[in-house]
Design a protein around this ligand. Structure first.
Ligand code: EPZ
Length: 451
């Protein structure tokens, strides 16, 4: 029996939510504990599925993990780390992409690693070619098997290399960081990603004894060291969850205080928020986001790597733009297929057309190929409730806030995906005054054709 969320739309979301450690940092920090000779402690850890997946994967590799859910503190002791059974890795990995980041730490520790075929949100084909190319340049032998990938380090160990990323991939940058810190000699990575989560991972590695510098031209230099200690770190807050609730406040014409939201990591988002007509007040312990009562304004938006407008902020903002008075344009340049969620919004009455052209200031990697990666949104559109199946994490959140703003009833299946990145989601909705009911349905899921 699948979980069914039945939502009565039309009520503003108002109140306070707490945002804890970033989903796109915490699992990587957990993997980094494998590099240390001593135990590590990570604090401000949210209760999300991605943390449970990495906990199980670490335990499968003999790492002792204790997660105090109440305080959000996670302690990891890698002293007894060992090779894991590949079937066990496969069983725990689920649809997470994190297993690919175990490669470097496991090769340093055990001389080899096995990675099952990866999952992750369906927002593009999510290749790992950059990851494998970087690992080969460190000297790893990479064997593709029917069940996944086996990697082994040379007997003399992995060696630092001069590396370049053709695109500032977050995951591939993390792959290099987690491998270079104990590789022999210097590693220089040009074209690196520099997201706040990358900087927080660098801070953790530096605490462990790593020597890392980040230059302003996206070049990261790492001097390999023999051994690393443990760390004790407070994870940065989740800027994507903060931006999601901020968008929910605009879509439902509400007023939400996001405890933990950090202005420094939301600069590009806050600029767009202000341009679209949203109001926000920055406090020491969070940010208040609210609808000003005036009509929302259309705009031209282009996603980009940091410090640009983050691709994970695009989906909730598209829902906001369906309520703006005029025509908006959104050009998604990071993922080739991140507008699939707009089908449900159109079902609700939104006016959104998708295009193959790059409708933005700079042509991107997808312009001359067959990807619908630009959207034209005309508003304000009156939304009415519908049935839908949650497709992915951010698109699913966007469906839910659209349903909360829509007139009438919506029913949603696939709620488990939301729990991957939004902790205590239904509890937060309840605290914000949303009107909904959680039940079970024998109907596995709603097709996108809706009722
Ligand atoms: C991370 O994914 C985040 N996930 C994503 O958040 C985020 O959208 C993305 O970075 C961009 O900021 C986690 O951190 C767990 P990428 P990642 O490698 O590392 C191409 C969310 O909702 N690419 O920066 O997988 C890739 O196809 C998720 O929280 C290659 O071509 O993203 C994409 O077009 C969604 N080859 C672009 O780079 C590779 O080997 C950016 O991907 C790797 C990536």
């Amino acid at each position: 029996m699948a979980k069914l969320l039945t939502i009565q739309g039309g009520k503003p979301l108002s109140g306070r939510v707490e945002v804890r450690g970033a989903k796109n940092l915490v699992p990587k920090a957990m993997v980094a504990s494998l590099l240390g000779d001593e135990p590590s402690v990570l604090r401000n850890v949210p209760e999300i599925k991605d943390v449970d997946i990495v906990t199980a994967l670490l335990q499968a590799h003999g790492v002792q993990v204790e997660h105090d859910r109440a305080t959000g503190s996670l302690s990891m002791d890698p002293a007894k780390a060992s090779k894991a059974d590949s079937a066990e890795i496969d069983a725990h990995a689920g649809d997470s992409r994190i297993p690919i980041l175990f490669c470097g730490p496991l090769m340093h520790r055990l001389g080899e690693a096995f990675i099952p075929d990866l999952g992750g949100c369906r927002i593009g084909d999510r290749p790992i070619d950059f990851h494998l190319e970087m690992l080969r340049q460190f000297g790893a032998d990479v064997q593709k098997l029917p069940s996944g990938i086996h990697l082994s380090a040379p007997a003399s160990g992995l060696r630092g290399a001069k590396l370049h990323l053709p695109y500032p991939s977050v995951g591939a940058t993390e792959q290099v960081l987690l491998t270079a810190v104990k590789a022999e000699g210097i590693t220089e990575l040009s074209g690196a990603a520099v997201e706040p989560e990358i900087h927080d991972l660098i801070a953790i590695l530096q605490q462990m004894g790593a020597i890392i510098t980040v230059q302003t031209d996206r070049t990261i230099r790492i001097e390999g060291v023999e051994r690393l200690r443990g760390y004790n770190h407070l994870a940065i807050p989740d800027r994507n969850e903060s931006a999601s609730w901020a968008s929910a406040a605009l879509v439902t014409q509400g007023d939400i205080f996001v405890q933990g939201a950090m202005q420094r990591d939301l600069t590009a988002f806050l600029n767009v928020y202000r341009k679209v007509g949203g109001e926000f007040d920055v406090h020491d312990d969070g940010i208040r986001f609210y609808h000003s009562g005036e009509a929302l304004r259309p705009l031209v938006l282009e996603t980009d790597v940091h410090p640009g407008y983050m691709t994970d902020w695009q989906q909730p903002m598209v829902v906001v733009l369906t309520q703006a008075a005029g025509v908006s344009i959104v050009h998604e340049t990071v993922y080739e297929n991140r507008f699939g969620f707009t089908n449900v919004l159109r079902q609700m009455g939104a006016n959104i057309q998708l295009h193959r052209e790059c409708l933005g200031s700079t042509p991107c990697r997808f312009g001359q190929r067959n990807f619908l990666h630009s959207a034209v949104i005309s508003g304000p559109a009156k939304l009415k409730g519908t049935d839908f199946d949650i497709p992915d994490l951010r698109g699913g959140f966007s469906h839910l806030i659209a349903a909360l703003a829509a007139e009438g009833t919506s029913r949603a299946t696939g709620l488990e995906i939301i729990n991957r990145g939004y902790e205590r989601f239904t509890e937060k909705l309840e605290n914000l005054g949303a009107e909904f009911e959680l039940s079970r349905t024998s109907q596995p899921s709603f097709s996108t054709t809706g009722r």
